[in-house]
Write a protein that binds this ligand. Structure first.
Ligand SMILES: Cc1cc2nc3c(=O)[nH]c(=O)nc-3n(C[C@H](O)[C@H](O)[C@H](O)COP(=O)(O)OP(=O)(O)OC[C@H]3O[C@@H](n4cnc5c(N)ncnc54)[C@H](O)[C@@H]3O)c2cc1C
Length: 299
């Protein structure tokens, strides 16, 4: 503990942002699950992120960036190394003419409001997704009709060796809940969006559809599995396998939407992983479909 505190203090000396020791990750995930991060950094600037990664390399520590923690499962044992959270200090949203720049820590709700204030409803398809801009770009978040990749023009990202690069949309290798940022462990710093020429969405209707179909207001990570390419949606397969309402400990396959696992109280990461295994094996056995995770599971 003493040497952990010494390391924390050394990293703290190099940063403007805050470094915490033993931060419970359950506070930073929508599932409300996860043990402690050895070191938890809230950077104030890109320089802080670069310093943190250099520090991690110097001391042989693993590191990972998170946004709003709405699609991630951390182990009950916690995470060795450094978790870097891009929060409100990366929350700037700036609109000039038909371009909006939004930093990675801004919320999707924030960018939707900013665009609405310009009289546009082009980002309303993202309504109800509780993500940060960074997490949404990394996951290429969206709904069946549209994804964030369709409205982003370019993305500023940081390589693990501290270079800031700008990638045009076509270079981001966006796919269904996939992006180059995942593949190359790039840190998303900012997205630039085109506004003023795209499709307008009825956010209220989309939110009503979400409320009708999804268990909202309870701890969950949203969809656990990706929808398989040539088969019915994952939720339908899990439902048809008879698993709605199936429980392990405090974790339950939602009775409302079978692709959501909810934490009904006291669920552990192990409970969720067990449910994931059960859903996968039932769907494979009954339908011959191998479900792929959408949820980022941290080992
Ligand atoms: C109620 C609910 C409804 C949801 N509905 C939808 C939906 O309709 N559509 C949809 O697509 N998703 C949905 N989600 C899932 C989730 O909101 C998205 O996957 C979202 O993109 C995750 O963003 P986040 O900021 O929470 O990222 P996190 O969960 O913090 O991280 C997700 C992954 O991205 C990485 N990451 C995060 N930020 C950065 C960054 N700046 N740079 C590099 N890597 C980063 C993390 O390491 C992790 O691997 C829903 C979730 C909930 C809880």
């Amino acid at each position: 503990m003493a040497s952990s505190e010494r390391l924390r203090a050394r990293l703290q000396e190099r940063l403007h942002g805050k470094v915490k020791l033993g931060e419970p990750l359950s506070r930073h995930t929508s599932l409300r699950i996860g043990g402690q991060a050895d070191y938890f950094v809230l950077p104030r600037s890109v320089e802080d992120i670069c310093e943190t990664i250099s520090f991690a390399q110097e001391h042989g520590l693993a590191w990972r960036v998170i946004g709003n923690g709405t699609n991630i499962l951390f182990p009950d044992e916690g995470v060795r190394g450094i978790v870097i959270k891009l929060g409100p200090d990366f929350g700037r949203i700036e609109i000039k003419e038909n371009r909006m720049k939004a930093e990675a820590g801004a919320s999707l709700a924030g960018v939707i409001s900013a665009v609405r204030a310009q009289g546009s409803r082009e980002l309303d398809f993202l309504v109800g997704i509780p993500a940060s801009v960074g997490g949404a770009l990394v996951m290429n978040a969206g709904i069946p009709e549209c994804s964030i990749s369709e409205v982003v023009a370019r993305v500023r990202a940081l390589t693990f060796d501290g270079k800031l690069i700008t990638l045009e949309r076509d270079d981001c290798r966006f796919g269904y809940r996939r992006s180059r940022f995942q593949e190359e462990k790039l840190i998303v710093i900012e997205g630039e969006f085109r506004i003023g020429s795209g499709r307008s969405w009825d956010g209220a209707a989309l939110l009503a559809r979400r409320r009708e179909r999804q268990p909202l207001g309870v701890p969950s990570p949203g969809c656990v599995f990706k929808n398989p390419p040539a088969a019915p949606p994952a939720g339908q397969l899990i439902d048809q396998a008879g698993l709605k309402g199936y429980r392990v400990g405090g974790a339950v396959i939602s009775a409302k939407h079978a692709n959501f696992i909810i934490n009904e109280g006291g669920a552990t990461s192990r409970d969720v992983l067990q449910l994931i295994d059960i859903a996968r094996s039932y769907v494979l056995k009954y339908f011959g479909v191998e479900l792929q995770l959408e949820l980022a599971v941290v080992a």
